[in-house]
Ligand binder design. Structure first.
Ligand SMILES: *Cc1c(COP(=O)(O)O)cnc(C)c1O
Length: 397
């Protein structure tokens, strides 16, 4: 039996008729740009994420770009961010003529390390140049937002959450002695979401959404979404064509109510992996280390369904990663490397002269990590095949 990294067929089957009905409605309406379907999705996602405003956009990439434009990020500015992310995070900074300022990651969560951020913020050569902080909630687990928001407040900087992989994921927020759970995208000034088909909430093509609390910032982003036109054909500010397609909106509205169950299924799969790897004796001597859900204990003590991790990716660290991956591939087991080259080593930042920059945890993660199939419809039998495949590889070593 083959086990793909991701298979969307099973998810589609029960939703297919409803999605087709929605598409037909859009088709017959002849209203193909924005309109009530996009507005409905915006309200639904804003409600789900516990924010005031949802702004549908073309993609997660454009969500980041539009927010950074609205914040006035431009030439000469620095944006403090993580080197261990998808290129879009960095690309948006560079496209505005600004530069990424990298802080290394926490080796446990793969998210940006607040201690490293504090060093970067305190460095005299960066004083007055940092315009924003852009953490990524990698693989579906929130970055350490209490520490990040504390630094942001200290330095008077806006935080933009790259929540492309983390829709619905919550962070344990302490306030006045109490504990509340806040959703990704509801803590910084804006949250940027992607509906790329492989995300937990995936469209049938590209799409994205921005969550915002502040009404004035939301209004500015809405203007930027339509070429900066306000009123129409008057362009005081520069924007772009960042509009979400209503066909994507109807598909996403059909899927959104299922998202909590899908998150739960991914966590169930993660728990089974834990059992299977442990039974196979692979968790000893550093052969395999499994992802750590750092808010899990708190969530389980609190009781109920709490999305402390939504496992957009299930990423292990493993010895001899590249040979293992090739072996799995030969045996019909899908996996992927997120990400093989950290951002400070990419060609698109070569002109920034970062050759000397050492970010050892990001570099080590890039060399050791492997994403395994985790999608909700994965069966226990398929998970056994994955773990047996890995056990098989190490038994031959
Ligand atoms: C997917 C992703 C994006 C970009 O989203 P698109 O919708 O593909 O443009 C940005 N950042 C991160 C961390 C992502 O995983």
């Amino acid at each position: 039996m083959r086990v793909p990294l991701l298979d969307l067929h099973e998810q589609l089957k029960p939703l297919r008729d409803d999605i087709l009905a929605g598409i037909t409605e859009v088709l017959d309406s002849t209203g193909y740009i924005m309109g009530p379907k996009v507005e409905a999705l915006e309200a639904e996602v804003a409600g789900y994420c516990q924010v005031k405003h949802g702004i549908g956009v073309t993609s997660g990439t454009d969500a980041l770009l539009a927010v950074l434009m609205a914040l006035g990020v431009g030439p000469g500015d620095l944006v403090l961010t993580t080197p261990y992310t998808f290129v879009a995070t960095i690309g948006c900074i560079l496209r505005l003529g600004a530069q990424p300022l990298f802080a290394d990651i926490d080796p446990v969560t793969f998210n940006i390390d607040p201690a490293k951020m504090a060093e970067a913020l305190a460095a005299p050569k960066h004083a007055g140049r940092i315009k924003a902080i852009l953490p990524v909630h990698l693989f579906g687990q929130c970055a350490d937002m209490a520490a990040i928001m504390g630094l942001a407040e200290q330095y008077g900087l806006p935080v933009v959450e790259d929540a492309a992989q983390a829709i619905g994921a919550v962070y344990p927020w302490r306030e006045g002695g109490g504990l509340t759970w806040r959703r990704a995208g509801a803590m910084g000034v804006a949250g940027c979401f992607s509906f790329f088909p492989s995300k937990n909430l995936g469209g049938i093509g590209d799409g994205g959404l921005i969550t915002v609390m502040d009404s004035e910032l939301a209004a500015r982003i809405r203007v930027i979404r339509v070429h900066g036109g306000e009123p129409k054909y008057h362009h005081a500010v520069l924007g772009g064509n960042f509009r979400l397609d209503p066909i994507q909106a109807v598909a996403l509205s059909v899927k959104l109510p299922h998202l909590p169950a899908w998150h739960q299924a991914r966590r169930r799969n993660a728990a089974l992996y834990h059992e299977l790897f442990s039974e196979a004796g692979l968790l000893v001597n550093g052969i395999v280390s499994l992802p750590k859900a750092v808010y899990q204990d708190l969530a389980e003590n609190a009781g109920g369904q709490i999305d402390y991790h939504i496992y957009n990716q299930y990423v292990i660290r493993v010895r001899d990663r590249d040979r293992l991956r090739a072996f799995l591939q030969e045996n019909g087991i899908g996996s992927e490397i997120y990400y093989p080259i950290p951002m400070h080593k990419q060609g698109c930042v070569a002109h920034l002269g970062l050759n000397e920059l050492s970010l050892p945890e990001a570099e080590r993660a890039a060399a050791e990590t492997l994403a395994l199939p985790i999608y909700p419809e994965l069966t226990p039998q398929m998970q056994k095949i994955v773990v047996e495949g890995i056990a098989d590889f190490f038994s031959k070593e």
